[in-house]
Design a protein around this ligand. Structure first.
Ligand code: TEU
Length: 557
């Protein structure tokens, strides 16, 4: 059995650089901080890291508003720091992926400033459009369409200098590139090549569903209004109740992704070495999501699109049948030969133990690691970090600030999933020596931190290590899978490969104890040895099960 290419079976860890490790005491994480903790990934059994954006940015959306795509943000460090990070990571056998944000640029970027000034090369770099006349008031102007921003309000912003509106599907300061202009795609290649030449192993591609919008040429010369949502009572022209059919998931966007794949394949061919990859980000229905892998005409896209189904379709109420159904849905819709991946959290969503239950952490990390394909971990999941509390006064996420007020901000805020990493029980959880960190450190750190979990005999981290180590088994990298409910609240996942060892995951996702009949689990012969069990389990590694009736406590795996 030959080993698969690295990216097909890797454990991929998302670093949120602002909250990982602060080396200079300004309360903000940085590259030197990451460099000082690279051993953590080796220790945890992680193979590859991807970092949320580290490029020059006014930080309106914490790096997703890039003003210089070719430089490192000063709070995070310098280009030399980045080069050192790459070199040290590579010497430890770690791959390093960057976050690539092709949908928009900061309004402080050179491109935008030149576009605003109608510099001929940059004039059409962004989506500019004339105002519509207001039929009821000749001295008033209206935006080109009723499109709304993901962060609230109109997606069109008036620009005095150009006397036109520009499109921004996120913050006003995040100006949407015009991908109908081939020069924009050329610029994207230039940016990618720059970072690949430095030695980056690939990219996470941000916000792809928004890359391209309806073309006025197809709609009598104007931007068509999105239909109003029939689900909500609305006032005519009221913003926020539209269905984004002209701004999201447009079929033309996939061709852009397929071109990126061609570009990266060609780069790989020309430069040799380990495969550089692209992983795409986008929330869409399963059919549209699968098109990022490629299409049936033979076009190839991302190495994989991130699978957000555990985030969008499952929660603490989900039963075993929901889990099995959602897992099989991805595997069923995925094109032949595709590599699956499993994501439990990221910097945009509540943390895994908060969306599910605290008692499910080990079981969820276990499914992540035992399913075929790539296991993705968001910073902190290896120790079971939960959402931090962030008061309205401390709230900095633009989405919460724009859409929320003191009573509602928590419904929108992404800050709770972004609070600093818990290294140990010292000040600021060992994240920073600052008096004030950019987001408050969550209050549970004295009890929930990496140092403690390394010392405890049984811990989330030790389970995580055992699971990542287990992935070296041929059964897990190459084996078949069989997954089925045993009852409303329990299910099994069997991984088997001919004469190699068989691995069975049993998971009680319910909030009370449930008994399973092991005779119903194919390939399982008793006695069987427990490899790893949830930290609150009455059984632990090495324990032998010989009785076919097995009672699992709430959340136990
Ligand atoms: O998110 C893209 C995205 O699909 C958003 O709808 C996201 O789910 C939403 O903001 C969550 O509330 C990416 C990044 O992950 C996010 O942090 C950025 O704010 C966004 O792109 C714009 O770059």
């Amino acid at each position: 059995i030959i080993a698969l290419d690295w990216w097909k079976t890797c454990v991929l860890y998302q670093i949120y650089p602002r909250s990982f490790k602060d080396s200079d005491g300004d309360g903000i994480g940085d590259l030197k901080g990451i460099i000082s903790e690279l051993e953590h990934f080796v220790d945890a059994g992680v193979d590859a890291i991807w970092m949320s954006p580290i490029f020059t940015s006014p930080m309106v959306d914490f790096g997703y508003d890039i003003s210089d795509f070719f430089d490192i943000h000063y709070e995070y460090g310098t280009m030399e720091d980045f080069e050192e990070l790459l070199e040290k990571a590579h010497s430890l056998g770690l791959k390093v992926l960057l976050d690539f944000v092709p949908n928009h640029a900061s309004n402080e970027s050179e491109y935008y400033i030149k576009s605003e000034a109608r510099d001929p090369f940059y004039e059409d770099f962004f989506v500019w459009a004339d105002a519509l006349p207001d039929p009821n008031n000749a001295s008033n102007r209206l935006p080109p369409s009723n499109w709304v921003s993901q962060f609230g309000g109109s997606a069109w912003e008036w620009n005095e200098a150009r006397q036109q509106y520009y499109l921004h599907q996120f913050a006003i300061q995040q100006v949407d590139f015009n991908f109908r202009n081939p020069a924009v795609q050329e610029k994207m290649f230039e940016i990618m090549r720059f970072w690949l030449d430095k030695g980056a192993d690939g990219f996470r591609l941000d916000a792809l569903p928004y890359l391209i919008e309806a073309n006025p040429a197809d709609h009598e010369g104007r931007y068509p209004d999105d239909p109003l949502s029939g689900l909500i009572q609305f006032e005519p022209h009221q913003l926020g109740y539209t269905i984004p059919i002209y701004t999201k998931d447009l079929i033309e966007l996939y061709d852009i992704v397929y071109e990126w794949r061609e570009f990266i394949d060609q780069y790989n061919e020309e430069h040799g070495g380990d495969t550089r990859v692209i992983f795409s980000e986008g929330y869409a229905n399963v059919t549209m999501t699968m098109l990022y892998y490629g299409n049936e005409d033979g076009a190839i896209g991302a190495h994989f699109p991130f699978n957000f189904d555990f985030i969008t379709d499952l929660n603490s109420e989900s039963n075993a049948r929901d889990f099995v159904y959602i897992i099989l849905r991805w595997l069923t819709y995925m094109p032949y030969g595709g590599i699956p991946n499993w994501v439990f959290g990221n910097h945009d969503n509540n943390r895994m133990p908060t969306r599910f239950r605290k008692d499910m952490v080990d079981g969820l990390n276990a499914i992540n690691m035992l399913l075929p394909g790539v296991a993705v971990t968001y910073q902190g999941e290896e120790i079971g970090m939960r959402d931090g509390y962030v008061s309205w006064e401390d709230t900095v996420d633009i989405e919460a600030c724009n859409r929320g007020d003191p009573d509602t901000y928590h419904l929108y805020s992404r800050d709770p999933a972004r609070t600093p990493y818990h290294w140990n029980n010292s000040t600021n959880a060992g994240f920073s020596t600052a008096n004030r960190t950019w987001l408050p450190v969550a209050e549970d750190y004295p009890e929930l931190n990496l140092a403690k979990q390394k010392e405890d005999r049984i811990s989330h981290f030790k389970n995580y290590q055992a699971l990542t180590a287990l992935r070296k088994e041929k059964t897990l990298s190459h084996g078949e899978y069989d997954i089925r409910p045993l009852s409303d609240w329990t299910f099994y996942l069997v991984r088997s490969l001919r004469t190699y060892d068989t691995f069975v995951l049993l998971f009680n996702v319910g909030d009370r104890e449930n008994t399973v009949d092991l005779n119903r689990v194919p390939h399982l012969t008793l006695p069987a040895t427990i490899y790893v069990a949830s930290i609150h389990s009455t059984r632990e590694g090495g324990h032998v099960i010989s009785n076919s009736q097995l009672t699992l406590s709430a959340g136990e795996a």
